[in-house]
Design a protein around this ligand. Structure first.
Ligand code: GLN
Length: 540
């Protein structure tokens, strides 16, 4: 029997609903339950793969090749489980499925309606996904904010589920914001009251409210929320500002969230054991050192578009007892004014993330070149790997080297479309996606970082290193230290004469966990720390 906990959001987006959902899961997991998580996105896209990360946030790639909402990454990092692509349900998927049934005649004679056909499909999808995962408890986060037209069918399905599954098997946790008016310093509860009223109008009485606020709720606003939201005071929790998101499960559990939910859902849980989690937190909240990393990309204005990279850097930072200070650099600025490359000299490392399209590309190549010439630690990811090859090719005399993604008529197409991509016409879910095995060459930096020969990492790309140029690049000193199992696809490159110059065609960040940083990131931060310490010494 699976228990279901629905997480809804009120007042506004971006208040940490995903982190709250993941924290609730973690709290139950530390009590001995097996937990999985599902994200519902009420938009019409079938998956997140076709959305702009600048607007929607990063596309998270699952083991089985799903292009999903970034919250799945949060769940994986907190719960330390791999979550499959079915765990990201969108309105688009639900409608495609129902309309498919209608076309096949499975619903013959019926007038197809939102209630019951769409809501039934939603409930089926939630139940089958949860059951397949074999977890004791499924956390289901409903994207958007209560009051959105899009999310209504999902909330209605959530309401029906308590009736059908029984009151102790389904719980609702509502996440809201309590703003503080600076002049008077007062915590204002009215937006929370309104959003819970909206939820109750739909027929959902939340069991608990988690309030996002700068600091802990004072007694009076807490009492007000309890009274107006029709819940006990002990069911009102605060999610205050924390130094690291990984503190939140502990902060909420200290307020009694785990105990409250266990009682409410009649769960047979054991005493929570936070020892390992607390130990892990030390590196995040109280590190001895500091490293400065420049992430040079295109969507640089929005850290959410690189959330997994951000987290992977922090995981590696914690493992190296270092606080990672990240500056997000828009590479077009280097194209406009190359002298600004000098600003990178004060960083301890340069990271070029994944990307698509031409804008900002030359600036990325300039940054890689700068890293190589100044021997600044460099890590390239996916498009960053491809641009590192372009950069290397150009400096060994292959003038006009480029990726055919950027210049279809490049003189030296050192990066080219993967052969199987030529016949692809649709854009959605057609890249090389998900986990694939990679063979590392003994004696290389990559091998040293992973400590084994065969690894598995996640991918999301259409282009790759062009076979025709490999010999030439290798003769000039570029080492391809990781390849696909058939040996044909280049996966890792390095320049051994550099302090740290490594790039991967895969995205190590998707499998990075707070207590188990991705090896390329770990090696990168270790090198950056060496540089930071050496510079610190030379300055003092
Ligand atoms: N645009 C490149 C490709 O499709 C890189 C993709 C990425 O960085 N995720 O191969």
């Amino acid at each position: 029997m699976v228990r279901y906990i629905f997480i809804t959001g009120g007042v506004m987006s971006g208040i940490g609903k995903g982190v709250t959902a993941a924290s609730v899961g973690k709290i139950l997991q530390t009590r001995g339950m097996t937990v999985t998580a599902i994200k519902i996105d009420p938009y019409l896209n079938v998956d997140a793969g076709t959305m702009n990360p600048y607007i929607h946030g990063e596309v998270f790639v699952t083991e089985d090749g799903g292009e999903t909402d970034m919250d799945l990454g949060t769940y994986e990092r907190f719960l330390d489980v791999n979550i499959s692509k079915e765990h990201n349900i969108t309105t688009g998927q639900i409608y495609i499925s129902v309309i498919g049934k209608e076309r096949k005649g499975e619903l013959l004679g019926k007038c197809i309606q939102i209630i019951p056909h769409i809501t039934d499909e939603i409930k089926d999808k939630i139940r089958s996904t949860a059951r397949k995962s074999k977890a004791d408890c499924a956390i289901i986060e409903i994207g958007g904010t209560v009051g959105d037209i899009e999310s209504l069918p999902f909330l209605e399905a959530a309401r029906q589920m308590r009736l059908e599954e029984g009151p102790s098997n389904v719980s609702y946790v509502h996440v809201t914001l309590v703003p503080v008016l600076e002049v008077v310093g007062e915590q204002k509860t009215k937006p929370t009251q309104h959003s819970v009223q909206e939820l109750r109008r739909i027929g959902i009485q939340p069991d608990a409210v988690v309030v996002r606020s700068q600091s802990a709720l004072k007694p009076e606003p807490k009492r007000k929320i309890a009274l107006f939201c029709n819940i006990e005071e002990r069911a009102v929790f605060t999610s205050p500002d924390v130094r690291s998101v990984y503190e939140l499960p502990l902060v909420l559990d200290d307020q009694g969230l785990g105990e409250y939910l266990s009682k409410r859902m009649l769960l047979k849980t054991k005493k929570p054991d936070w020892k390992a989690w607390r130990k892990m937190l030390e590196g995040f909240v109280d590190p001895k050192n500091q490293v400065k990393i420049a992430v040079c990309g295109k969507y640089a204005e929005l850290a959410d578009s690189y959330v997994s990279i951000n987290e992977a850097l922090r995981h590696a930072g914690a493992a190296n007892d270092s606080l990672v200070k990240i500056s997000w650099v828009e590479t077009e600025t280097f194209e406009e004014d190359p002298s600004r490359l000098r600003e990178l000299d004060s960083d301890d490392g340069i990271l070029i993330p994944g990307g698509f399209g031409a804008r900002g590309t030359e600036g990325k190549i300039m940054a890689i070149s700068h890293a190589r010439r100044k021997n600044i630690p460099f890590l390239g990811i996916c498009f960053g790997f491809q641009m590192a090859i372009v950069e290397f090719a150009r400096q060994i005399g292959l003038v006009g080297a480029n990726s055919t993604e950027i210049r279809p008529d490049a003189e030296h197409p050192v990066i080219d479309l993967m052969p199987e991509q030529h016949s692809v016409e649709q854009k959605g879910a057609t890249m090389r996606l998900g986990a694939n095995e990679i063979v590392l060459t003994p004696g290389t930096l990559a091998y040293q970082l992973y400590g084994r020969r065969v690894i598995s990492e996640r991918h999301r790309h259409r282009y790759e290193a062009n076979q025709k140029y490999l010999a030439r690049l290798e003769e000039a000193g570029l080492v391809f230290s990781g390849r696909s199992t058939d040996g044909l696809r280049m996966e890792v490159l390095e320049i051994p004469s550099q302090l740290f110059h490594l790039a991967t065609q895969f995205h190590g960040e998707f499998k990075s966990r707070p207590n188990r940083p991705a090896p390329p990131y770990n090696g990168f931060i270790a090198s950056c720390l060496k540089r930071a310490l050496a510079r610190g010494k030379s300055q003092s």
